[in-house]
Design a protein around this ligand. Structure first.
Ligand SMILES: NC(=O)c1ccc[n+]([C@@H]2O[C@H](COP(=O)([O-])OP(=O)(O)OC[C@H]3O[C@@H](n4cnc5c(N)ncnc54)[C@H](O)[C@@H]3O)[C@@H](O)[C@H]2O)c1
Length: 249
């Protein structure tokens, strides 16, 4: 841990939506929060920083494309120099490029795989060695219910999110003996900018599939992430926790 003995928590995609809610949840324990995002500007990240400041947490944010291996190596070397070894990594950055497979371009496929899956490889590898050396640390990867059940129009996204599940379980097996835990959270249909762009008809169709008859909140997801990264989950690794109002059981 760093000098203040607060946990260092790095959240990719931390500027808004689920990532912001995760940051706010960790702020409650006065963690050292590091936000990584790739928005066109810093507006949402600044807003998140202001919300975190209300909890007495001075967060740092970085605008870095986590699909770029070189950029991630440089990012974590700076983070570790400034704040100490990462205690919790939340791999949450993600994008969609939805279209039916018949119409999907190679760039739709590549962009989603790079941002959603390769970024998880990049960031996890960047924290793994220091965590192993310290014999402690938690990684929580954000997958999706769609990685489990599939979704028409999201072959690229579903493949990336199913990939995260396999990655999570494999790395969990590799590092369990070193005192590290790696888990995934698979959100269902959550109220964020990502889902705000969906046509009303698609939203209604999703809602019909949810036994609890409501969208999830970013906070619903953040609670599961926080719990997995806590001592309460000390014997849990390699799991995928579904947060979806019963959409998939
Ligand atoms: N909203 C949902 O219903 C839902 C459901 C299941 C899973 N998820 C997953 O949860 C995660 C967060 O989703 P959200 O709804 O909060 O999305 P969002 O669009 O509100 O936020 C996405 C975040 O990812 C960041 N990001 C995008 N590309 C990046 C890149 N190349 N490098 C660094 N950061 C990048 C953005 O800057 C932003 O901070 C994603 O992985 C998403 O796939 C969301």
């Amino acid at each position: 841990m760093n000098e203040s003995s607060s946990r260092v928590v790095v959240i990719t995609g931390g500027s808004r939506g689920i990532g912001r809610a995760v940051a706010l949840r960790f702020a409650e324990e006065k963690a050292v929060v590091v936000l990584v995002h790739y928005d066109p500007d810093d507006e949402a990240a600044r807003e998140t920083e202001a919300l975190l400041a209300e909890h007495g947490v001075k967060a740092s944010s970085y605008r870095v494309d986590v699909s770029s291996r070189q950029a991630v190596v440089e990012l974590f070397s700076e983070i570790h120099e400034s704040f100490g070894v990462t205690d919790v990594l939340v791999n949450n950055a993600g994008i969609t490029r939805d279209t039916l497979l018949m119409r999907m371009t190679e760039s739709d496929w590549d962009a989603v795989m790079q941002v959603n899956l390769k970024s998880v490889f990049n960031c996890t590898q960047a924290v793994l060695r220091p965590m192993v050396k310290k014999r402690g640390g938690c990684i929580v990867n954000i997958s999706s219910v769609v990685g489990q059940i599939g979704n028409a129009g999201q072959a690229n996204y579903a493949a990336s999110k199913a990939g995260i599940m396999g990655f999570t379980k494999s790395v969990a097996r590799e590092v369990a003996g070193r005192g590290l835990r790696v888990n995934a959270v698979a959100p269902g249909f959550i109220d964020t900018e990502m889902t705000a762009v969906l046509p009303e008809k698609v939203k209604e169709e999703f809602l019909r599939q949810i036994p609890m008859s409501r969208m999830g909140t970013p906070r619903d997801v953040a609670e599961a992430v926080y719990w997995l990264a806590s001592e309460a989950a000390a014997y849990i690794t390699g799991q995928v926790i579904h947060v979806n109002g019963g959409m998939y059981m």
